[in-house]
Ligand binder design. Sequence first.
Ligand SMILES: [Zn+2]
Length: 291
Amino acid sequence: MTTAIPLKDITIFPVIEQQGAFFDVLEFFPTLTKEVLDENRSWLQPTFIDPASGRLVLCIQGFVIRTPHHNILIDSCVGNHKSRPARPFWNMMNSDRFEKGLAAAGVGVNDIDYVMCTHLHVDHVGWNTRLENGRWVPTFPKARYIMAEREFEHWTQREKENPASVPWITDSVLPIVAAKRVELVKSDFAFNEQVQFIPTPGHTIDHFSVLVGRPGADALITGDMIHSPLQGKYPDMGMMADYDSPQAGQTRRKVFDRFSEAPTLLCMSHFPMPSTYRVHRAGSGYKFAAT
Ligand SMILES: [Zn+2]
Protein backbone atom coordinates (compact mmCIF):
# COMPACT_ATOMS: atom_id res chain seq x y z
CA MET A 1 0.00 0.00 0.00
CA THR A 2 1.49 3.29 -1.09
CA THR A 3 0.02 6.63 -0.20
CA ALA A 4 0.45 9.44 -2.68
CA ILE A 5 1.17 12.89 -1.30
CA PRO A 6 -0.64 15.61 -3.31
CA LEU A 7 0.82 19.14 -3.38
CA LYS A 8 -1.33 21.26 -5.70
CA ASP A 9 -0.04 20.47 -9.20
CA ILE A 10 2.66 18.05 -7.98
CA THR A 11 2.22 14.57 -6.56
CA ILE A 12 4.83 12.59 -4.64
CA PHE A 13 4.63 8.80 -4.76
CA PRO A 14 6.75 6.73 -2.36
CA VAL A 15 8.28 3.75 -4.18
CA ILE A 16 9.03 1.12 -1.58
CA GLU A 17 11.50 -1.64 -2.26
CA GLN A 18 11.79 -3.13 1.24
CA GLN A 19 10.88 -2.63 4.84
CA GLY A 20 12.39 -4.67 7.62
CA ALA A 21 14.31 -4.96 10.87
CA PHE A 22 17.81 -4.84 9.39
CA PHE A 23 20.27 -3.44 11.94
CA ASP A 24 21.11 -3.81 15.61
CA VAL A 25 20.19 -0.45 17.14
CA LEU A 26 23.32 -0.05 19.28
CA GLU A 27 25.59 -0.90 16.36
CA PHE A 28 23.69 1.44 14.08
CA PHE A 29 24.02 4.37 16.53
CA PRO A 30 27.52 3.91 17.99
CA THR A 31 27.15 6.58 20.71
CA LEU A 32 23.75 5.36 21.91
CA THR A 33 23.96 3.61 25.27
CA LYS A 34 21.78 0.72 26.35
CA GLU A 35 20.41 2.88 29.19
CA VAL A 36 19.23 5.65 26.86
CA LEU A 37 17.84 3.10 24.43
CA ASP A 38 15.87 1.42 27.24
CA GLU A 39 14.49 4.81 28.35
CA ASN A 40 13.09 5.32 24.87
CA ARG A 41 12.13 1.80 23.95
CA SER A 42 8.44 2.18 24.86
CA TRP A 43 7.71 4.84 22.24
CA LEU A 44 10.00 3.34 19.60
CA GLN A 45 8.46 -0.14 19.71
CA PRO A 46 6.95 -1.65 17.64
CA THR A 47 7.04 0.89 14.79
CA PHE A 48 10.69 1.94 14.83
CA ILE A 49 12.23 -0.97 16.72
CA ASP A 50 11.09 -4.53 16.19
CA PRO A 51 10.36 -5.95 19.68
CA ALA A 52 11.17 -9.54 18.65
CA SER A 53 14.67 -8.91 17.30
CA GLY A 54 15.43 -5.55 18.94
CA ARG A 55 16.51 -4.33 15.52
CA LEU A 56 15.87 -0.98 13.87
CA VAL A 57 13.00 -1.08 11.37
CA LEU A 58 13.91 0.77 8.18
CA CYS A 59 12.12 1.39 4.94
CA ILE A 60 14.12 1.36 1.70
CA GLN A 61 12.30 3.67 -0.65
CA GLY A 62 12.62 6.23 -3.39
CA PHE A 63 10.10 8.88 -4.42
CA VAL A 64 8.56 9.58 -7.79
CA ILE A 65 7.74 13.26 -8.17
CA ARG A 66 5.18 13.90 -10.89
CA THR A 67 5.07 17.54 -11.95
CA PRO A 68 3.16 19.00 -14.92
CA HIS A 69 6.45 18.90 -16.88
CA HIS A 70 8.60 16.06 -15.54
CA ASN A 71 8.66 12.72 -13.81
CA ILE A 72 11.52 12.66 -11.35
CA LEU A 73 12.82 9.74 -9.29
CA ILE A 74 14.60 10.69 -6.08
CA ASP A 75 16.87 7.85 -4.94
CA SER A 76 16.87 4.43 -6.52
CA CYS A 77 17.15 1.98 -3.61
CA VAL A 78 19.21 -1.25 -3.74
CA GLY A 79 18.46 -2.82 -7.12
CA ASN A 80 18.40 -6.38 -8.44
CA HIS A 81 21.17 -8.92 -9.14
CA LYS A 82 23.80 -6.86 -7.33
CA SER A 83 26.54 -8.59 -5.38
CA ARG A 84 26.54 -7.09 -1.87
CA PRO A 85 28.39 -9.67 0.23
CA ALA A 86 28.69 -7.25 3.17
CA ARG A 87 24.88 -6.91 3.40
CA PRO A 88 23.12 -10.30 3.10
CA PHE A 89 19.64 -8.71 3.01
CA TRP A 90 20.64 -6.65 -0.06
CA ASN A 91 22.78 -9.30 -1.76
CA MET A 92 21.64 -10.50 -5.21
CA MET A 93 18.11 -9.23 -4.74
CA ASN A 94 15.54 -10.37 -7.23
CA SER A 95 12.35 -8.52 -6.45
CA ASP A 96 9.58 -6.87 -8.44
CA ARG A 97 8.60 -4.49 -5.65
CA PHE A 98 10.42 -1.45 -7.02
CA GLU A 99 8.92 -1.89 -10.47
CA LYS A 100 5.48 -2.39 -8.93
CA GLY A 101 6.01 0.79 -6.93
CA LEU A 102 6.74 2.70 -10.13
CA ALA A 103 3.59 1.23 -11.70
CA ALA A 104 1.55 2.35 -8.68
CA ALA A 105 2.90 5.85 -9.34
CA GLY A 106 1.62 5.54 -12.90
CA VAL A 107 5.04 5.40 -14.51
CA GLY A 108 7.36 2.88 -16.10
CA VAL A 109 11.10 3.06 -16.63
CA ASN A 110 10.64 4.91 -19.94
CA ASP A 111 8.69 7.71 -18.25
CA ILE A 112 11.37 8.91 -15.83
CA ASP A 113 13.02 12.13 -17.05
CA TYR A 114 15.42 12.67 -14.15
CA VAL A 115 16.94 10.57 -11.40
CA MET A 116 18.32 12.55 -8.46
CA CYS A 117 20.57 10.74 -5.96
CA THR A 118 20.59 12.45 -2.55
CA HIS A 119 23.90 10.70 -1.96
CA LEU A 120 25.85 7.77 -3.36
CA HIS A 121 25.31 5.06 -0.76
CA VAL A 122 24.43 1.51 -1.73
CA ASP A 123 20.70 1.81 -0.94
CA HIS A 124 20.21 5.02 -2.97
CA VAL A 125 21.76 4.22 -6.34
CA GLY A 126 20.90 0.55 -7.01
CA TRP A 127 18.18 0.92 -9.61
CA ASN A 128 20.26 3.47 -11.50
CA THR A 129 21.24 0.41 -13.53
CA ARG A 130 19.91 -3.00 -14.41
CA LEU A 131 21.53 -6.10 -15.83
CA GLU A 132 21.12 -6.63 -19.58
CA ASN A 133 23.04 -9.41 -21.34
CA GLY A 134 25.66 -9.40 -18.62
CA ARG A 135 26.16 -5.61 -18.70
CA TRP A 136 24.95 -2.83 -16.41
CA VAL A 137 22.85 -0.38 -18.38
CA PRO A 138 20.80 2.65 -17.28
CA THR A 139 17.43 1.40 -15.96
CA PHE A 140 15.77 4.61 -17.12
CA PRO A 141 16.77 4.95 -20.76
CA LYS A 142 15.57 8.53 -21.20
CA ALA A 143 16.67 9.92 -17.85
CA ARG A 144 19.44 12.31 -16.92
CA TYR A 145 20.97 11.38 -13.57
CA ILE A 146 21.70 14.34 -11.31
CA MET A 147 24.36 13.98 -8.59
CA ALA A 148 26.24 16.40 -6.36
CA GLU A 149 29.70 17.16 -7.66
CA ARG A 150 31.75 16.67 -4.46
CA GLU A 151 29.80 13.55 -3.59
CA PHE A 152 30.54 12.11 -7.02
CA GLU A 153 34.23 12.97 -6.81
CA HIS A 154 34.54 11.46 -3.34
CA TRP A 155 33.03 8.11 -4.27
CA THR A 156 34.57 7.71 -7.71
CA GLN A 157 37.98 8.41 -6.16
CA ARG A 158 37.35 5.69 -3.57
CA GLU A 159 36.32 3.36 -6.35
CA LYS A 160 39.62 3.99 -8.12
CA GLU A 161 41.61 3.29 -4.97
CA ASN A 162 39.69 0.27 -3.72
CA PRO A 163 36.84 -0.89 -5.96
CA ALA A 164 36.02 -3.89 -3.75
CA SER A 165 35.04 -1.51 -0.94
CA VAL A 166 32.37 0.27 -3.02
CA PRO A 167 30.87 -2.25 -5.49
CA TRP A 168 27.75 -0.10 -5.88
CA ILE A 169 29.82 2.68 -7.43
CA THR A 170 31.24 0.20 -9.95
CA ASP A 171 27.89 -1.30 -10.96
CA SER A 172 25.40 1.53 -10.34
CA VAL A 173 27.24 4.84 -10.88
CA LEU A 174 30.10 4.31 -13.36
CA PRO A 175 27.86 2.72 -16.05
CA ILE A 176 25.76 5.91 -15.91
CA VAL A 177 28.93 7.93 -16.49
CA ALA A 178 29.89 5.65 -19.39
CA ALA A 179 26.43 6.18 -20.91
CA LYS A 180 26.98 9.95 -20.60
CA ARG A 181 23.87 10.36 -18.49
CA VAL A 182 25.32 12.09 -15.41
CA GLU A 183 24.85 15.77 -14.66
CA LEU A 184 26.96 17.07 -11.81
CA VAL A 185 25.58 20.02 -9.87
CA LYS A 186 26.19 21.86 -6.60
CA SER A 187 24.22 20.52 -3.65
CA ASP A 188 22.17 23.76 -3.51
CA PHE A 189 21.03 23.28 -7.10
CA ALA A 190 17.63 24.68 -8.04
CA PHE A 191 16.21 22.38 -10.70
CA ASN A 192 13.27 24.75 -11.09
CA GLU A 193 10.97 26.84 -8.88
CA GLN A 194 9.35 23.75 -7.40
CA VAL A 195 12.26 21.32 -7.09
CA GLN A 196 15.22 22.62 -5.12
CA PHE A 197 18.15 20.93 -3.42
CA ILE A 198 19.09 21.79 0.15
CA PRO A 199 22.64 20.87 1.16
CA THR A 200 22.45 18.47 4.13
CA PRO A 201 26.06 17.33 4.56
CA GLY A 202 27.41 15.09 7.28
CA HIS A 203 25.95 11.66 6.61
CA THR A 204 27.98 11.87 3.43
CA ILE A 205 30.35 14.54 2.18
CA ASP A 206 27.89 16.38 -0.09
CA HIS A 207 24.47 14.94 0.75
CA PHE A 208 21.41 16.93 -0.33
CA SER A 209 17.71 16.84 0.50
CA VAL A 210 15.06 17.93 -2.01
CA LEU A 211 12.40 20.54 -1.34
CA VAL A 212 9.39 20.02 -3.60
CA GLY A 213 6.41 22.31 -4.17
CA ARG A 214 5.62 25.89 -3.24
CA PRO A 215 5.47 27.55 0.20
CA GLY A 216 2.32 26.34 1.94
CA ALA A 217 2.17 23.18 -0.17
CA ASP A 218 5.62 21.70 -0.01
CA ALA A 219 7.52 18.63 1.15
CA LEU A 220 11.14 17.84 1.93
CA ILE A 221 12.56 14.51 0.80
CA THR A 222 15.14 14.12 3.55
CA GLY A 223 17.28 11.33 2.14
CA ASP A 224 19.59 10.11 4.90
CA MET A 225 20.00 13.27 6.96
CA ILE A 226 18.04 11.27 9.57
CA HIS A 227 17.40 7.53 10.08
CA SER A 228 15.24 7.36 13.20
CA PRO A 229 13.10 9.72 15.30
CA LEU A 230 15.66 9.07 18.06
CA GLN A 231 17.90 11.45 16.10
CA GLY A 232 15.15 14.05 16.43
CA LYS A 233 15.14 13.73 20.20
CA TYR A 234 18.95 13.58 20.19
CA PRO A 235 19.94 15.56 17.07
CA ASP A 236 23.67 15.08 17.61
CA MET A 237 23.47 11.29 17.64
CA GLY A 238 25.36 9.97 14.61
CA MET A 239 24.92 6.68 12.76
CA MET A 240 27.60 4.17 11.89
CA ALA A 241 28.12 5.12 8.22
CA ASP A 242 28.31 8.91 8.72
CA TYR A 243 31.13 10.76 6.99
CA ASP A 244 31.10 13.48 9.69
CA SER A 245 28.65 12.88 12.55
CA PRO A 246 29.06 16.31 14.25
CA GLN A 247 28.30 17.98 10.92
CA ALA A 248 25.31 15.67 10.40
CA GLY A 249 24.03 16.79 13.82
CA GLN A 250 24.39 20.46 12.86
CA THR A 251 22.55 19.71 9.63
CA ARG A 252 19.63 18.14 11.53
CA ARG A 253 19.34 21.14 13.86
CA LYS A 254 19.46 23.58 10.95
CA VAL A 255 16.89 21.75 8.84
CA PHE A 256 14.50 20.96 11.69
CA ASP A 257 14.72 24.55 12.98
CA ARG A 258 13.85 25.79 9.52
CA PHE A 259 10.80 23.56 9.16
CA SER A 260 9.58 23.45 12.80
CA GLU A 261 5.93 24.48 13.08
CA ALA A 262 5.82 24.87 9.28
CA PRO A 263 3.27 23.11 7.06
CA THR A 264 6.12 21.46 5.14
CA LEU A 265 5.79 17.68 5.07
CA LEU A 266 8.96 15.77 5.79
CA CYS A 267 9.30 12.57 3.78
CA MET A 268 11.75 10.67 5.99
CA SER A 269 13.28 8.27 3.52
CA HIS A 270 14.26 5.51 5.96
CA PHE A 271 11.40 5.81 8.48
CA PRO A 272 8.93 2.92 8.28
CA MET A 273 5.96 3.68 6.10
CA PRO A 274 3.95 5.88 6.14
CA SER A 275 7.09 8.00 6.44
CA THR A 276 5.56 11.48 6.29
CA TYR A 277 5.71 13.79 9.30
CA ARG A 278 5.68 17.39 10.44
CA VAL A 279 8.41 18.54 12.82
CA HIS A 280 8.02 20.40 16.13
CA ARG A 281 10.57 21.62 18.64
CA ALA A 282 10.60 19.56 21.82
CA GLY A 283 13.04 20.17 24.67
CA SER A 284 16.55 20.33 23.27
CA GLY A 285 15.51 18.41 20.17
CA TYR A 286 12.55 17.76 17.90
CA LYS A 287 9.60 15.47 17.66
CA PHE A 288 7.70 14.35 14.63
CA ALA A 289 3.96 14.21 14.20
CA ALA A 290 2.49 11.77 11.71
CA THR A 291 0.27 13.40 9.11
ZN1 LIG B 1 20.25 5.04 3.12
